[in-house]
Ligand binder design. Structure first.
Ligand code: S6P
Ligand code: ZN
Length: 193
């Protein structure tokens, strides 16, 4: 197996294979790590008490900040919801506006929610086979709207600082719920509060 420090390696575009290469770091987020992100806090507490589900897993190869290279990571969001609100990633801003990022869906079904700091937002369906360029000034969160794991690959410059505090405090302007028609997007009544 090649070492990432050779600065030359090839990996399959498959979340499971990427994360099992033997380098990079793996982490998982359970509902207890995200409980104040979901709309129905009471239901979130109940589910945490029952089995505290894993919401998503991340495998990352992050280069030193200020160094060379391109950081990359795969995320797999498991299918599920909290009182209808689909499982999602925490979401974050990149602290610097020049911190652009590339998203490449690998499998499953999901959406990318983006927002400016002023709360101008958009929701984009992510299609396997397409590449999505996310400008650095937009907060981004992904949502699994399907019944199977939703995986994607991200590429970003090492100098990016991830700002989680802003979204943790303000939330995202739009929320995505399960409905009979598929999905239902609602305005977040607590946004910015
Ligand atoms: C990193 C990139 C992704 C996320 C991952 C988890 O810039 O946007 O790799 O880190 O999808 O989401 P979050 O919001 O918990 O970092
Ligand atoms: Zn990011």
């Amino acid at each position: 197996m090649n070492s990432p420090f050779d600065n030359q390696f090839k990996v399959p575009l498959d979340a499971n294979k990427l994360s099992s290469l033997g380098f990079g770091t793996r982490s998982e987020r359970r509902l207890s790590d995200l409980k104040n992100y979901f709309q129905n806090q009471e239901r979130a507490e109940e589910l945490i008490g029952e089995h505290d589900p894993v919401i998503y897993e991340v495998w990352e190869l992050e280069y030193d900040k200020g160094g060379r290279g391109i950081s990359l990571g795969t995320t797999t969001i498991y299918p599920g919801d909290v009182d209808g609100e689909f499982f999602f990633t925490r979401g974050h801003f990149h602290a610097k506006d020049d911190g652009d990022e590339v998203y490449i869906p690998l499998s499953g079904e999901g959406y990318l929610a983006v927002s400016t700091r002023e709360g101008v937002s958009d929701l984009v369906a992510l299609e396997v086979g397409l590449l999505y360029y996310v400008p650095g000034h937009l907060a981004h969160r992904t949502v699994n709207t399907g019944d199977s794991p939703f995986s994607f690959l991200c590429l970003w410059a090492p100098h990016i600082d991830h700002d989680y505090k802003t979204i943790n405090e303000s939330g995202f302007p739009e929320l995505v719920f399960r409905s009979q028609e598929g999905i239902r997007v609602v305005k977040n009544p607590n946004y910015g509060k």
